[in-house]
Design a protein around this ligand. Sequence first.
Ligand code: HEC
Ligand code: HEC
Length: 197
Amino acid sequence: MNKKTIVQSLLIAGSLVLSGTAFAVTPSASMLGNTCAGCHGTNGSSNGPATPSLAGISTEYFIDAMAAYKDGSRPSTIMTRIAKGYSDEEVKVMAPFFAEQKLKSIDQMADAKKATAGKKLHKKYCEKCHEDGGRSSEDDAGILASQMMPYLRNTMADFTSGGREMPKKMKKKVDSLKKSKGDKGMDQLIHYYGSQR
Ligand code: HEC
Ligand code: HEC
């Protein structure tokens, strides 16, 4: 067995334990789907509010995120425990799987007025780094477009409290947004991201 095959068998074993479902046709896709799908949804499109979608996530951002969970530098309720169960090699094998998925967004009942205001704020304060409405595949900075709104709220709270380190230049923008628009501005941004389909 080469390394990749070993990793795949490990992941298949893991997915069988976790999901208890029968073998599907494409081992690479099904194994990964099953391992993480319980929380992140089928093929990485989440439908649970506090769990982010992973479909379309950039490989670089994904690998960094898993490393940050593993070493504890990124706060989490559950992911530190999960990430510790995977080697760096396994994470590299998983990354392209999620990057290739197309996000199936769900209707999050975003407020249309807030979303329109948020779109303007996005252009002014966030678009420079979060391109194309915040699609991770375009910029290695995480999925904002169609991302679960409660997850985005939790994440911004982690950034603001300092629990998760904010990139310095992003902090500047977030601070200046807060100064001129207050919490209302951030709420409008989150409705904009959640409104995208
Ligand atoms: C028990 C539920 C659960 C399982 C299983 C799970 N996750 Fe997560 N995941 C979460 C939650 C909840 C978060 C938000 C951070 C937190 O609170 O831990 C998250 C966050 C993430 C993020 C951050 C996404 C971003 O936009 O920054 C990545 C990457 C991730 N998970 C990858 C995985 C992978 C890969 C697997 C399978 C090997 C997996 N997760 C299995 C619940 C889960
Ligand atoms: C100078 C570049 C830059 C700007 C401007 C910027 N960001 Fe970011 N943002 C990043 C980077 C880089 C990351 C990934 C950080 C990490 O991996 O921890 C990120 C991550 C995020 C995340 C976490 C995504 C996830 O899946 O967990 C959110 C939410 C976010 N940014 C929101 C915003 C908002 C809202 C604005 C505008 C007010 C903004 N950012 C402006 C660079 C930027």
